[in-house]
Ligand binder design. Structure first.
Ligand SMILES: [Zn+2]
Length: 116
């Protein structure tokens, strides 16, 4: 699902997308300058590899994400205190954002129930 940033206003636009057993739900709203705030939750279960026994298991995911999408290149004036994802074609690609968040979760140190 892609959201055209030009259509996003100060009124939050709700979205919800599903990918396998994961739901990505929240809103995007215009903030200031070229920036749009994205605030959402990632919930569900995700197959990950245990770092101890190397077995795959289903991990419960319940993550809040809160960052900004920039319409075009973002040049921070004050040593970037905020998280910014750059959208290069005027669209926020929610599937891609979700995929990269899930990659982050997978790359964390994960241990299955047996190894805890
Ligand atoms: Zn394990």
């Amino acid at each position: 699902m892609k959201i055209k940033l030009i259509k996003v206003s100060k009124t939050p636009s709700d979205f919800e997308i599903k990918s396998d057993k994961i739901t990505f739900k929240g809103f995007i709203q215009y903030d200031s300058d070229k920036l749009f705030r994205l605030n959402a939750e990632i919930k569900g279960s995700l197959p990950v590899i245990c770092d101890i026994c190397a077995e795959e298991y289903e991990m419960n995911v319940n993550e809040k994400v809160d960052f900004f999408v920039s319409n075009g290149l973002y040049e921070s004036s004050n040593e970037s205190l905020i998280d910014v994802v750059e959208a290069m074609d005027g669209e926020a690609d929610l599937d891609e954002i979700l995929a990269s968040e899930l990659e982050l979760i997978k790359s964390d140190y994960n241990t299955c129930e047996k190894c805890k």
